[in-house]
Design a protein around this ligand. Structure first.
Ligand SMILES: Nc1ncnc2c1ncn2[C@@H]1O[C@H](COP(=O)(O)OP(=O)(O)O)[C@@H](O)[C@H]1O
Ligand code: SF4
Ligand SMILES: [Mg+2]
Length: 331
């Protein structure tokens, strides 16, 4: 199996008034061709900063990649490119971003520009990356809107984002992300801001497009239900670290890390009918601020199974081929 991306020991730190936050602290993973990798964890675990590191879209004044590598393996079989070493503004990075690797964000209203029509925003990357004139690009924009299930695309291509519903705006974001046929798509909580019925529709759409376009996807979510529906494999993150990694089938069948168990016990149902009868069991406590991390297992303050040894931080151990866990219970 060929990798599309290979991340090794990535460390991305954020400088804040309270000190340095190790938002991503030694994360390694790879994504295979045509694979959907889920990245799951509660808010503040470093999922978005991992994604923004890959895109080289970190807020440049105070966040930076300290060490590690992000190797992108191009489709033409040429040598891999270490994105971590590229200048975010370089020509090389701009030729990867939006063309080879695209990203969809949680809240389309903040990533779409209110003063341009959706058509103008779709053609932007077509004009940048593809050799098209404006008329050809507009025709392609209409096709793309149709492709993502927007009715009357010839009319809607001339609308502004505020004239559309949240679900339609997310479809527009997907159209923009797909415009140059990327090989690797990062979706950062793409349905979190939408109501459940629309969420299910957008996830269906993404699944269909992933198969049609043979794309690899990194699907960031805090919802294990989304992982179960969409993903082949999953990384569970906690406080800037990977705490468990496994095939999705495996994680639902035999989850190992107490944090993963907690996430599985608190799956919000995507089907509204099932929602009411379901009692969610939240994980006790909150994700601490990463600037307050002390020694030992990072999950220990919230872990129902913590014991003496947990004062020391466990390594990520491979318990079975492809199934890794960072917990002393599975030494
Ligand atoms: N712009 C920012 N300024 C300061 N701290 C930030 C910023 N963005 C993220 N962080 C911190 O980095 C850590 C990881 O954040 P993030 O990657 O956004 O988490 P997630 O996407 O898993 O919710 C959090 O502790 C968060 O507070
Ligand atoms: S190492 Fe200890 S504290 Fe950490 S998750 Fe495992 S049992 Fe809980
Ligand atoms: Mg996030």
């Amino acid at each position: 199996m060929t990798h599309v991306i290979q991340v090794d020991d990535l460390r991305t730190y954020i400088k804040t008034e309270r000190g340095v936050v190790k938002a991503v602290d030694g994360v390694s993973f790879s994504v295979d061709e045509k694979e959907v990798l889920g990245v799951v964890g509660e808010s503040g675990c470093g999922k978005s900063i991992t994604a923004l590191s890959i895109m080289q879209l970190l807020p440049d004044r105070f966040a930076s990649i300290e060490s590690g590598s992000i190797n992108y393996i191009p489709r033409d079989g040429n040598a891999s490119i270490d994105i971590a070493r590229l200048n975010p503004k370089s020509r090389e990075m701009r030729s990867i971003r939006g063309k080879e690797i695209s990203m969809i964000f949680q809240e389309p209203m903040t990533s779409l520009n209110p003063v341009y029509t959706v058509g103008e925003q779709i053609i932007e990357s077509l004009l940048l990356h593809e050799k098209m004139n404006k008329k050809e690009a507009m025709m392609r924009a209409v096709e793309l809107l149709k492709h993502v299930g927007i009715p009357d695309p010839e009319l809607r291509v001339r609308e502004y984002p505020h004239q559309m519903s949240g679900g339609m705006r997310q479809r527009v974001m997907i159209a923009i992300a797909l415009s140059c046929n990327p090989r690797f798509l990062i979706a950062d909580e793409p349905t979190t801001a939408l109501d459940v019925t629309i969420q299910a529709q957008i996830l269906d759409l993404m699944k269909r497009l992933q198969q049609e376009h043979d794309m690899s996807i990194m699907m960031i979510t805090h919802n294990m239900g989304v992982v179960g529906l969409m993903c082949d494999r999953v990384l569970v993150m906690y406080l800037g670290r990977v705490v468990e990694e496994a095939k999705v089938r495996e994680i639902f069948k035999s989850p190992l890390h107490p944090y993963t168990l907690g996430l599985l016990n608190s799956i919000p149902k995507l089907n509204p009918k099932e929602r009411k009868k379901d009692r969610l069991i939240p994980i006790a406590g909150n994700v601490p601020d990463p600037s307050e991390i002390v020694t030992g297992c990072r999950f220990a303050p919230r872990c129902p199974r913590a014991f003496d040894k947990c004062q020391e931080e466990p390594p990520l151990i491979e318990v079975e081929t492809g199934h890794k866990v960072r917990c002393w219970l599975h030494e």
